[in-house]
Design a protein around this ligand. Structure first.
Ligand code: ADP
Length: 408
């Protein structure tokens, strides 16, 4: 099946047009016609296409919002004759929040759209972007090409109650549908599935701790292919220290700050989401590469931010090893996880007690690629896996449309 995967980020839109097969292991990508990104949406936007042969074309593309970004993409596909009869057969969209309802991908019809719209109170910022892309694609394609929503929360949907609930009055949780939804589901799944392929073992036989370390960061405990706990909660603010998000804080902190700073809760939430994390600690940057350079120059606050970032990640690895009763592997993904041997070594330092031993040479050799970074005598594998969300979107879209009655 020829599927276009669309993945909306806060100011970018990634896409990949590929042909997928049904044979396992999935995702079974047979051809990738092109991939690319619309970058700096809302600013000096540009569109980059990478052809099947690896040829890159960069073009200016006016895209004030994600809907317009999709229009630019379809204009280009139309010009290339890719929207005709032998072209596009389905579109898959990553939707951040599936709420309590969506535990698997869903064909986008009026009912699905209404349900996603109804989740706005749970994910006011995140779902808005995907909705803009979906509406634009519907307008461009009509009903001739089916579209599927693939939810980032779905992977964590079946976490046990002990992990997914907050210890607050049950009536309040139920009234407002409060639970730990978890996010980055496509990324964690991608790591688990690709690790299984790398080790030529069924994912159903693995126990894994996965770390998605990018601007947003989260950890997951995955038992035989199922998420049993994850660090993000009701919103993506909980858990690990991130680029600009605080991660875990004392739940009394927002009230304390609102009272003592004389501001409202929205203002405090803005500080915790946009001015905290490694940016807040260092007072310098939310970008890990820049912080590592500053640390090397002797900047003590940058060093503290890096130390706190790694310490928090190590705490979660320890917690999830306890949750799983041990693990086959600790997996690193995301911009930081895939590219920084230094951070990976820092996070895993002092974990020899549980049998996690990093091999310095292997670790240094893996950057921007996949590979084993643990020592021969390590009881737990440490691995870098390049996260491929578009592949998961594509294969879920194909699977959903193949068994259509189960997923509307
Ligand atoms: P997003 O969560 O927005 O998709 P990415 O996964 O692209 O973000 O990750 C961005 C982060 O990865 C930034 O903090 C960036 O500095 C970091 N990063 C990228 N390359 C490196 C590197 N070589 N060393 C350290 N950090 C890196």
């Amino acid at each position: 099946m020829k599927v276009l995967a669309i993945n909306c980020g806060s100011s970018s839109l990634k896409f990949r047009f590929m042909e997928l097969g049904h044979e396992k292991p999935l995702p079974n990508i047979q051809r990738c016609y092109f991939s690319g990104i619309v970058d700096r949406i809302g600013g000096k936007s540009s569109i980059r296409f990478t052809s099947e042969e690896g040829e890159i074309t960069d073009e200016y593309a006016e895209a004030p919002d994600h809907g317009e970004a999709v229009r630019r993409l379809f204009d280009w596909m139309n010009e290339k004759g890719l929207l005709g009869r032998d072209g596009l057969q389905a579109v898959g969209h990553r939707v951040v929040h599936g709420g309590p309802l969506f535990s698997s991908p869903a064909v986008i019809g009026d009912d699905t759209l209404r349900e996603i719209e109804n989740l706005r109170h749970l994910a006011p910022l995140h779902n808005k972007l995907a909705l803009a892309a979906i509406y634009a694609a519907r307008t461009m394609l009509g009903h001739s090409v089916p579209q599927v929503a693939v939810f980032d929360t779905a992977f964590h949907h079946d976490m046990p109650d002990r992990a997914s609930m907050y210890a607050i009055p049950l009536q309040i949780s139920e009234k407002h549908r409060i639970r730990r939804y978890g996010f980055h589901g496509l990324a964690h799944r991608s790591m688990a599935e690709r690790y299984a392929v790398m080790m030529t073992t069924p994912v159903g036989k693995t126990r894994l701790v996965t770390l998605q370390l990018g601007n947003g960061c989260s950890a997951a405990a995955i038992d035989r292919g199922r998420s049993v706990d994850t660090s993000m909660g009701l919103t993506p603010l909980e858990g690990l220290i991130m680029g600009t998000r605080s991660g875990d804080v004392d739940p009394s902190l927002p009230g304390f700050l609102a009272r003592h700073e004389g501001v409202d809760v929205e203002e405090v939430e803005g500080w915790l989401n946009n001015r905290s994390g490694i940016l807040g600690i260092s007072g310098y940057s939310s970008d890990m590469r820049e912080l590592l350079c500053e640390e090397a120059r002797g900047n003590a606050k940058a060093a503290l931010a890096v130390e706190m970032f790694c310490y928090r990640a190590r705490k979660y690895i320890g917690a999830y090893l306890a949750v799983l009763g041990g693990a086959d592997a600790v997996i690193f993904g995301g911009g930081i996880g895939e590219n920084s041997p230094q951070i990976r070594a820092h996070i895993c330092s002092g974990m020899e007690w549980c049998g996690l031993i990093i091999d310095r040479g292997r670790n240094a050799a893996v950057a921007g690629a996949q590979g084993l970074i643990s020592a021969e005598n390590s009881k737990i594998h440490a691995c870098v896996i390049t996260v491929d969300e578009e592949a998961v979107i594509g294969s879920d879209t194909m699977r959903c449309l193949s068994g259509r009655n189960q997923c509307s």
